[in-house]
Design a protein around this ligand. Structure first.
Ligand SMILES: [Zn+2]
Length: 103
């Protein structure tokens, strides 16, 4: 997975690293190998990981019979994860947004 650095505009290979913020909060980020600029990838806590597991289970088992219910439940869980991640990011992360992934 390559990415173009927003700062120096050079291409580098993404190597995810993890930072522990305590209380189960873990931030994943990567660093430009040319200029060392840090980029935010994602951040999770217990709440987010619980919901991610729920999603995995639904996808795997297909426990919801009706397709409309299926989509509605998936959307609902995804929205919860996104909201929480935005909140955590604002609180804990000092990294700039993720640059565009090239491939
Ligand atoms: Zn760079």
């Amino acid at each position: 997975m390559d990415s173009q650095c927003d700062s120096c505009k050079l291409t580098f290979v993404v190597d995810l690293q993890e930072k522990n913020h305590g209380k189960g909060i873990r931030e994943s980020f990567f660093t430009c190998t040319h200029c060392q600029t840090k980029f935010f990838a994602f951040i999770t806590d217990d709440y987010i990981r619980q919901h991610q597991n729920k999603l995995k289970k639904i996808y795997k088992k297909g426990t919801v019979n009706h397709i409309d219910d299926f989509n509605r439940i998936i959307d609902d869980i995804k929205r919860k994860i996104e909201t929480r991640m935005t909140e955590l990011r604002g609180k804990y992360s000092d990294s700039p947004p993720t640059p565009e992934i090239i491939n």
